[in-house]
Design a protein around this ligand. Structure first.
Ligand code: ADP
Ligand code: MG
Length: 410
């Protein structure tokens, strides 16, 4: 059984490929190239939109944008990943509205729209998107695209936001609006913060109440560990409604508890909160659904705090059981896992992983496993074998190494 790994192009190769693709698409030279990373969320899943805590880190895999500004108001977008199927999208920035940009282009077109809505004057541009973040794998290719373009527009318009963490938080907020309102995906703010604010060798403890961020040391290699990512290649787009329905359920539960978000429910009061939610629900089915959502969000936020503490103390191996508990909560209470993610986690654990969970929005996408560095190949092979035994398409792996946030490449 062959074990498939995602390639990681060198910076020079990535820059050369995007420049060549830009020339081929637009017949001129780009003004520059900017890149932003995909991310792995170590723990803290489906809590960002409930003002919770999460702990993502940036991947070496990056989305690159090559852009050249235009004198008119036109935005032209092309993606090397969609060559053949994705024709260039073209439109005036001033005419972009919610619902006016179909498909993948919404993730790009939303960015200048949101920056302008925020009062920043950004120009028209020709934009070529290329990169190595797998699409729809739960590793946040959507935010990588938005954030790479936001960095590019910030730079060419001289906004200067990318030079400070506070400015980057503003860029991230604009990218969230782009994704929510123009691409139509009701995601929270974790992915954009990760793409713009992470630091190499660290995970980003993000408090989604105010998007305050703290860097937490996460030296996997120093501890002799690796984080294996399995892209199950089961894709279920977030725009399809199930993500939004979880958000709605959380909002209903919060309303019946008289709070704005479930973040306001401390873990130690969980049992009494569940009793209130159960009493307020109209029927037993709804009561069960609301309670499961509350239990996931409240316990997951506590697990993030516990993992961050262990990382700060250098006790990396001890986060394994918390990763397992997070997966069970997402599978059984929040119900956003799927057979492929469950099998990936079970197979990695059976092969000796210290902990495993789905990462990202779920309904497909990727799982992570904390493994002794010497075991990574064996563990990956065990997952590949488990998929083959079920007749599933083969998974693709990568080793997640905490890397830097987005930046200008040249
Ligand atoms: P994830 O962010 O986990 O990869 P999403 O469903 O949120 O998954 O976003 C994936 C979508 O983002 C793709 O289906 C596509 O519409 C868009 N996208 C992301 N990266 C690119 C790219 N390089 N080229 C074109 N579209 C992209
Ligand atoms: Mg996404």
């Amino acid at each position: 059984m062959t074990v498939h790994w995602y390639p990681l192009p060198s910076r020079d190769d990535a820059t050369g490929a995007a420049t060549a693709a830009f020339r081929a698409a637009f017949g001129r030279e780009p003004d520059g190239l900017w890149a932003a990373p995909g991310r792995v969320n170590l723990i803290g899943e489906h809590v960002d939109y409930q003002a919770g805590l999460c702990l993502p880190f940036a991947l070496p895999q990056r989305t690159v944008v090559a852009i050249a500004t235009r004198d008119d108001d036109l935005l032209r977008l092309r993606s090397a990943q969609l060559d053949g199927s994705g024709d260039t999208w073209e439109g005036r920035i001033g005419e972009i509205r919610p619902g006016s940009v179909p498909g993948w282009a919404g993730y790009g077109a939303g960015v200048p729209w949101a920056l302008r809505a925020d009062g920043f004057d950004v120009p028209g541009a020709d934009v070529l998107v290329d990169g190595s973040v797998p699409l729809g794998a739960g590793l946040s290719s959507s935010a990588a695209l938005e954030c790479a373009l936001a960095l590019a527009l910030d730079d060419v318009a001289g906004l200067g936001l990318a030079t400070s963490d506070a400015g980057r938080a503003r860029l991230a907020a604009a990218c969230v609006r782009a994704e929510n309102e123009i691409a139509g995906a009701p995601t929270g703010g974790m992915d954009q913060a990760a793409a713009l604010r992470c630091r190499a060798g660290h995970a980003l403890l993000l408090d989604c109440r105010d998007f305050g961020a703290t860097q937490v040391p996460f030296d996997l290699a120093g501890a002799g560990l690796e984080l294996l990512v399995t892209d199950t290649r089961a894709h279920h787009a977030l725009v399809d409604g199930r993500y939004g329905s979880r958000r709605d359920t959380c909002a209903r539960a919060a309303a019946s508890l008289g709070v704005t978000t479930l973040r306001e429910i401390p873990g130690k009061t969980l049992d009494s909160a569940l009793a209130v939610v159960r009493d307020a629900a109209l029927d037993a089915v709804l009561a069960d659904e609301l309670c499961r959502c509350v239990r996931h969000v409240v316990t997951e936020i506590d697990r993030v705090t516990a993992v961050a503490t262990l990382l700060r103390e250098g006790r990396l191996r001890e986060i394994g059981p918390l990763l397992d508990a997070s997966h069970r909560s997402l599978r059984d209470d929040y119900q956003v896992s799927c057979a492929e993610l469950d099998v990936a986690c079970e197979a990695t654990l059976a092969a000796g992983a210290l902990g495993a969970r789905m990462t990202g929005g779920g309904f497909g996408g990727s799982a992570i496993a904390l493994v002794e560095a010497a075991d990574t190949q064996t563990v990956a092979k065990a997952v590949a074998d488990a998929f083959a035994a079920r007749g599933w398409d083969h998974p693709i792996f990568l080793r997640a190494v905490p890397d830097t946030a987005g930046e200008r490449l040249r």
